[in-house]
Structures are given as structure tokens and as C-alpha cells.
Design a binder for this molecule. Structure first.
Ligand code: DAH
Length: 338
């Protein structure tokens, strides 16, 4: 065994490059390597010799492995030192580029909207994605049996809970939490049991807005929405209001902008009307103010519910909502703003 030790240590020391060292490694520890043979041989020895022989074989194995490792490190250092001295080595050359992610287009637009609204004095509120029936419906003036419940195909959970179908429940949550005047936006993810197609997703993003103060008017609503939409869509816009029905606002509106694709002349995107429906909004219904603990004789407000995907689609000219959650990196990498 001592002979094998001497011989092997000499072979390891004599290896002058990594390939030679690998060959020595294979000769010792490979399938028919001499050290492995030695370890295996222990079991065929007479029983009383086995413990001592096993211990010695194991020590030899550990020692040779350590010698191999030390030699390998030394040889690698030699290779590195030689590379560094090579005449064509250029320490100023940049290393391989690290792959870098990009922001999702919804995140980009959401961040911009949050900045815009913050500059107008709004603060950001969050609410739970798992909501109660009370905040998602009842507190918003949508009692059980109200037809508006049918228009929001809800994912129901156990115990009267649900996946929120809109960000509007955070309106009443906010009123109950903070004293007026209020100016908040609520960006968030919402869920509906929709059949997915080019313009419907089961999971999408909204940004709710709520302003509560004394003497708030429709003019305040129009001005706020116009300012924000012009900045996010990066063009001068005209806006118009059409009546729209939502139980939590009275009056309720659909806010349209002149079509950015044809400047109002009429095209397939605006279905030749020259206008694009962009967000529903209205004056907060007295019952909603009451649910939030506020006296509708004293307080007034407006609210809006922006579909973020819709704004992103208009801004970038995207025609299929499925792209947002499809996970196709070729799509996502086009929005590199970092
Ligand atoms: N929550 C409504 C929805 O998801 C959108 C909405 C309409 C929000 C009118 C509002 C509003 O704040 O005033 O369909």
C-alpha cells in the first residue's frame, strides 16, 4: 500500500497540465482505478484483517484525493497566470453581458399613471384581491339579486368571499379608513370568469380613482381625466361623456376620447365612430358615501375605473389582450424603457 501511495503522489506531482492530471485521476479513481480496486479488495481479506486494512485504504483514498485537488488548483492558477501574461490579453475588454429583464408594459403605464396622479395630489391605496361580498357588491349599492351582479361573472370562494371583480371595493374601504377630503388611486389586479378572447381576460388590471370633498363637480372629473389621458397617450385629446349605468355612481358616464388612430376621422379601431370608449366614471352615489360613513348632504365625490390593459393597448397599438399574460418574451422585450 505504501508503494501505491509513493507512486501515486509522484504521478500527481509529475502532471504538468490539467489533461495529464485528469489521466492520473482516472487511473486512481476511475472504474478500474487502483485505489478503488484496493478499497474493494478489503472485503476479500480474512475477517480480522479487514478493519485495519479498511481504515488504511480509506486514509490513502482521502490523502490522494486531497493531493489531486491541490495539484488541480495549482495547475489552474498557472493557466490563469499564463493567460494574464499573454500579449493579446486586454483587461479593458467588457465581460460577457448579463441578461437583463424588462418591465411589463402594464407596469410601465401604471407607474406613469401613478406619477401623474401623485403630482395631482392623489395617494396610492391598496385593497385585498380576496374580497368580501359586502365590499365588492353591497357597499357599492349592488344588493343581492341586482342585475349588475350578473354582468360581473364572479369567481366565488368559500364563506362569502370572492376574487374581487373590480378595484371599486377599495372606495368604501378608503372612506372607512381615512377622513375626507380624499384623493386616491387604486391600481390593482381583478378577476372575472370570462371566456378569453382578443379583448377579454379572466385576470386584468384596473386603476380606480376616488375624490371626495365638498362641492366636487362633473367639471372636476372631466378636467382630471382629460389631463391624465393626454399625458399618458401623449397627445392633445378631446373627451366627451355619454350616460353610462353603474349602481355606485349617479349620474354615471362613459368617457370617450377622439380616436388616436385616425384622429377622429373614423377607422376600424373606433368602429368608424371617431371616438373610443376609454373609461367609466361618475359622481359617487349617496348610498356609497353612506356605506363609507359619510353624510351625502355634506360630501360629494367622483370616481372612475380605468382598465389598464385598454390604456396600454391604445398607447402602443396592441390589438390582442392575450399578449399581456401570454409570457412571450419576444412581445415583452419590445417595451424596454430601462
Ligand atoms: N368598477 C367598474 C367595473 O369594473 C368600473 C367603474 C365604473 C368604476 C364607474 C368606477 C365608476 O369608479 O365610477 O366595471
Amino acid at each position: 500500500m505504501d508503494g501505491l501511495r509513493e507512486q501515486s503522489l509522484a504521478a500527481i506531482a509529475a502532471a504538468t497540465d490539467l489533461a495529464a492530471l485528469d489521466a492520473v485521476d482516472a487511473a486512481l479513481f476511475g472504474k478500474n482505478g487502483s485505489v478503488l480496486q484496493l478499497v474493494k479488495g478489503v472485503s476479500s481479506l480474512p475477517k480480522e484483517q479487514r478493519p485495519a486494512a479498511g481504515k488504511a485504504a480509506n486514509e490513502l483514498k482521502v490523502a490522494l484525493q486531497a493531493a489531486l485537488e491541490a495539484r488541480r488548483t495549482a495547475l489552474r492558477e498557472q493557466v490563469l497566470a499564463a493567460d494574464l501574461l499573454a500579449p493579446d490579453f486586454d483587461p479593458t475588454e467588457p465581460g460577457p453581458a448579463l441578461p437583463r429583464g424588462t418591465l411589463h408594459p402594464i407596469t410601465i403605464v401604471q407607474d406613469e399613471l401613478v406619477d401623474l396622479f401623485s403630482a395631482m395630489g392623489f395617494s396610492w391605496q391598496d385593497g385585498p384581491e380576496i374580497e368580501t361580498e359586502f365590499f365588492n357588491f353591497d357597499a357599492l349599492n349592488i344588493p343581492p339579486e341586482h342585475p349588475a351582479r350578473d354582468s360581473m361573472d364572479t369567481f366565488w370562494l368559500q364563506g362569502g368571499h370572492l376574487l374581487r371583480t373590480h378595484t371599486s371595493p377599495v372606495q368604501v374601504r378608503t372612506m372607512l379608513r381615512f377622513p375626507p377630503p380624499l384623493k386616491v388611486i387604486v391600481p390593482g389586479r381583478v378577476f372575472r370568469q370570462e371566456t378569453v378572447d382578443a379583448s377579454h381576460e379572466h385576470t386584468f388590471y384596473q386603476m380606480e380613482g376616488l375624490v371626495v370633498d365638498r362641492g366636487v363637480s362633473v367639471a372636476n372629473l372631466i378636467h382630471t381625466m382629460k389631463t391624465c389621458l393626454q399625458q399618458i397617450l401623449r397627445r392633445e385629446l378631446q373627451v366627451r361623456l355619454r350616460p353610462g349605468f353603474f349602481p355606485f355612481v349617479e349620474p354615471g358616464f362613459e368617457l370617450d376620447v377622439n380616436c388616436p388612430f385616425c384622429s377622429g376621422k373614423g377607422c376600424s379601431v373606433c368602429k368608424h365612430s371617431g371616438w373610443i370608449e376609454i373609461l367609466p366614471c361618475g359622481m359617487v352615489h349617496p348610498n356609497v358615501l353612506r356605506a363609507g360613513g359619510l353624510d351625502p348632504e355634506e360630501w360629494t365625490g367622483f370616481a372612475f375605473g380605468m382598465g389598464l390593459q385598454r390604456v396600454v393597448m391604445l398607447r402602443y397599438g396592441i390589438h390582442d389582450i392575450r399578449l399581456f399574460m401570454g409570457g412571450d418574451l419576444r412581445f415583452l422585450r419590445q417595451f424596454d424603457t430601462l
